[in-house]
Design a binder for this molecule. Sequence first.
Ligand code: ADP
Ligand code: MG
Length: 681
Amino acid sequence: MELADDPGNLPGLGMAKPSALRALGLLTVRDLLFHLPRRHEDRTTFRPLASLEDGETAVVRGRVEAVRAVHLRGRTSYVQATVTDASGFVDVRWWNMPWLAKRIPAGADVILFGRFRNGRLTQPELEVLRGEDPLHAGRIVPIYPLSEGVTAPALRRAIHVAIEEAVGKVEDPLPERIRAARNLAPLPAALRDAHFPADREALERAKDRLRYQELFLYEVALAIRHRKTRLERGIAHRWSRTLDARIRARLPFALTDAQERALAEILRDLRSPEPMHRLLQGDVGSGKTAVAVYAALVSVANRKQVAFLAPTEVLARQHMATLGAYLRGSEVSTALLVGSTPQAERKEVLARLADGGIDLVVGTHALLEPSVAFAALGLVVVDEQHKFGVAQRATLIRKGSRPDVLVMTATPIPRTLALTAYGDLDVSVIDALPPGRVPPRTRILTRGRAGLAYGKVREEVGRGRQAYVVFPLVEESEEVDAQAAEEGCRRLAEGPLAGLRLGLVTGRTPPEERGATMDAFRRGAVDVLVGTTVLEVGLDVGNATVMVVENAERFGLSTLHQLRGRIGRGAAASFCFLVAAGRLSEEARARLDVLEATHDGFKIAEEDLRLRGPGEFFGTRQHGLPEFKVADLTRDHAVLEEARKDAFALLDADPALSKEPLLKAELKRAFAGRFGLFDVG
Ligand code: ADP
Ligand code: MG
């Protein structure tokens, strides 16, 4: 039997439709070997027949005493058998499987796995013993993902045969040195035990090996990309003490130690000819933008251009305002380029970007369009918030000649996710807030007590402060969510917030109107800004001291934390109310409790990851996370770190993987077509 053979020829699968095998992705014997069980069931202990209890699911072993097939009206039939063991006997019935009668002659030894109910085992999984080791019971049994047209025993049997005959032909892509150093099982042994382990220990060892391999392959792919992006000469920005002093004079505050550490790493990259590809992580309000502005000014001082990419127009405008404040009175020329930029203005911006007349442009996806060209792009800053994919980043980067790239994310990302979704980037972390911040006090309220929250809003507005009210995304549709927020806003205006100046911003508010409302809020002409999660993105209004989140149980922890980051940006006391729609489930309560208890964004992110899993963590958007079969990013931190270390070390020692043809072949197989950037030459 060869690995490339058609699995349809294996015993058990002969009757399976090719389409059923295809649906499971089982095109070759090799696929079968890598079709890992979803879980295992411990069927090692046989229950004495006399001791079966009503309702229990059990494994039994015995001898068939009597068998008969009974045909009822129509096509209905059943096979009835009596099975005995030393303790007694049990009746067994299989509905509509008349052929079974022939397979279990009286006197046959069988193992049955099923539910005992009303004095009888009904429709149990059957294995007829013919002297060989039992496959479906009496051991730790693999349970596979099934599709219509393939029965569990048939698939188990076929995989067992494939393992017996072909698993030795599977070549091990892991470099032998790494396998030995990490004390991992050889691949054929691991595959065998991943399906049919002798005991729990063997199963765990098999999983260790496969988990490591999965993560290692991915990290090797990332390491290749990491090398590639840094291979060609980029821009070596010049920097001096004089320039440093000039830039610092523009910042209205001294940088925190945490900011200084991140800045030092960024400066090292900027000055090096290796292109920078760095992720700057930090909690909301930790001062990432300030650091990015410093970097931008270095690039501009080198007569290069800087592009600042923001996920939404609101945020682009705000960055523009922030930058404008830092740059007041300087000679740096700036421009904004967003979807709603009028045609004539757009044309002018494009022309001046192309001839170098603009030093610094802030924009949205509009910056990615083919018509946008730069005279000398030196630095790309991406304010990411999980909204841009690798491909979009690459589009902007290609508009320059290997510019330095700084990706900022305001939601702290647990390290495991950072190492996978952003694994080709170097990471800097700002892990402390600027001094004088008083974190918001957070309270969970049930709907009936929401009045408390709105009372606080009135109180704070009465003292000249401002507030946010956030409505959740209920549906995938922006329309529906916008409606919910509009209605909520109306209710507030007529009820608990009557007389206050409310502004509304939702996904369907036209950009100009949205900009105007935000401006009004910034100026203090609006007391309460009501909206959907469009408010999530970095609004920076220090005077806002209250946030009310309606239906808070619908939000992810990281989103809530992000929202809460809109307040508590100054020294004044601030208040965050999480209003739950109804009675909270215990789990929802536990989730929200985390927010009440801590303000550490990394802790919250870890908890969010643990509770919701990696896919959900980034939301439904393109998140660049691979799907792992064995590895679990919520759990396998340690293995991931090891695999990454090994992968990067391997690439350093053998950049072309010339000594690892098997690994190379496996990478091609694993990533072919899926990641254009992973072509491994
Ligand atoms: P982020 O981009 O991480 O959300 P920002 O750079 O926007 O953070 O900073 C948040 C707020 O803190 C801004 O109002 C900014 O002016 C202020 N800020 C940033 N760094 C400092 C600092 N070192 N000292 C005092 N205030 C700071
Ligand atoms: Mg550089």
